[in-house]
Design a protein around this ligand. Structure first.
Ligand code: COI
Length: 355
């Protein structure tokens, strides 16, 4: 055992809540496991991390996070294989990205050993919450918040790094039809659209509510300056298939460098599918429907994995995608989940064994 794991303070819950949870009906993110990981940053350093029973936080109402939104998070999953083993998928990418998000919001980076030792120990302690069966997983939510009291608009000097875990099935239950944004934007050049900052999600809720009133489930975000190019689909990255070519937009200041996104690109190329990473015009989607070259659209993300988009709305018109057999969405999702659930060879070295 290395130093961090030895120093990690562990306080176990007196009783487990697990018997109160119906694992056959799990609304996304509604239930949490018995324990949480927590580590405070004070006086320029991260203090000894702890695993404690899942519980409310006590914070000053003036804590910076409540006023200036210094908050970033990650989404990961733990999977149980048929032999009882527990795996993570590319956790090094989540670790790298939460620090990248933190740096952009003037927050301190979190040490690698704390992250991995803390997460592994937390999963071992709450392992009975990780149910077998493809589709079942434990959604892991690491996050960092500014906890210093005082409402001066400057970066906090105190933070909390916390990991909570929630048993999960699928994220978007039903059909997904999207509204293509014509007025609202999610991100701009020089901004922080590439981070998993809480504010990137808060800004989506209102336009998404408007889209829901029109019968759509999500908004496809377009570039802030012209609204001519698609960028992300709700909380997911977006892919389209034109004839047999798979296309997704490049990441950058405005688009999240999604781990599922980049895995899909690699898997598709490995299957011999032609993949293009380039800006995608809204007009290509409309044209593609009209000339039947637009075969598929789907979103990708940790929570949703791959979610087919069945249709979209743009400038008062509604467009439906064709129903197709052996879609890229279903083939690639299957291939990805086979790797995540340790059902197949992992030639890219993406799986990470927890126990
Ligand atoms: C994820 O896919 O993990 C996300 O971060 C989306 C989240 C808003 C549920």
């Amino acid at each position: 055992m290395d130093t961090v794991a030895k120093n990690l303070i562990i306080e176990k819950a007196e009783a487990s809540k697990i018997s109160k949870v119906n694992f056959d009906h799990l609304p996304f993110g509604a239930y949490f496991t018995d324990h949480m990981f927590i580590c405070d940053y004070r006086n320029g350093a991260w203090e000894t991390p702890k695993i404690i029973p899942y519980q409310p936080l006590q914070m000053e109402p003036s804590s910076r996070v409540f006023h200036y939104g210094q908050a970033v998070f990650e989404g990961m999953k733990a999977y149980r294989d048929d032999e009882g083993g527990v795996w993570l998928f590319r956790p090094d990418e989540n670790y790298r990205r939460i620090n990248k998000s933190s740096v952009r919001l003037a927050m301190p980076e979190f040490p690698e050993e704390y992250f991995f030792d803390g997460l592994k120990k937390l999963l071992q302690i709450d392992e009975k919450w990780i149910k077998p069966g493809v589709g079942n997983s434990l959604y892991i939510r690491p996050f960092v918040i500014a906890s210093q009291a005082g409402i001066i608009a400057s970066p906090s000097e105190e933070y909390k790094f916390i990991i909570i875990c929630s048993p999960a099935q699928s994220y978007y239950g039903g059909d997904v039809r999207v509204k293509i944004a014509e007025k609202y934007s999610r991100a701009a050049d020089g901004g922080f659209g590439f981070t998993k900052a809480a504010g990137n999600y808060a800004g989506q809720f209102y336009p998404t509510n408007l889209a829901k009133e029109e019968g759509f489930q999500q908004v496809v975000w377009t570039d802030a300056s012209t609204h001519e190019y698609i960028e992300e689909a709700g909380t997911m990255n977006i892919f389209i298939r034109l004839d047999d070519k798979l296309i997704t937009c490049p990441t950058g200041d405005r688009i999240l460098d999604g781990i599922t996104r980049k895995s899909i690109i690699d898997l598709a190329k490995d299957r011999g599918i032609e993949v293009e990473v380039r800006p995608i015009k809204v007009s290509e989607l409309v044209e593609g429907i009209k000339n039947h070259s637009l075969k598929e659209m789907f979103g990708s993300g940790t929570a949703a994995v791959i979610n087919p988009i069945l249709g979209f709305g743009y400038k008062e018109e509604r467009y439906e995608l064709p129903k197709i057999e052996n879609s890229y969405a279903s083939t690639l999702k299957q291939q990805l989940m086979d790797i995540q659930y340790n059902k197949t060879e992992d030639k890219f070295g993406w799986r990470y064994k927890v126990m």
